[in-house]
Write a protein that binds this ligand. Structure first.
Ligand SMILES: [Zn+2]
Length: 52
């Protein structure tokens, strides 16, 4: 699973599709549930959780 910010959500989706060859799931993280997990690709706070 990949944590990512708004800016990198497309990138994360592409990577999951490439690696898993199935449609990924996209879950929006509630602000209060995400205190410190940064985006996988930058230092912004993550907003989405991409999984499969
Ligand atoms: Zn990012």
């Amino acid at each position: 699973m990949i944590y990512c910010c708004e800016e990198h959500v497309d990138l994360a989706l592409d990577i999951v599709v490439d690696e898993c060859e199935i449609a990924p799931t996209l879950e929006k993280i509630k602000k209060e549930e995400n205190l410190s997990t940064p985006c996988e690709y930058c230092q912004n706070r993550s907003i989405y959780l991409v999984g499969n």
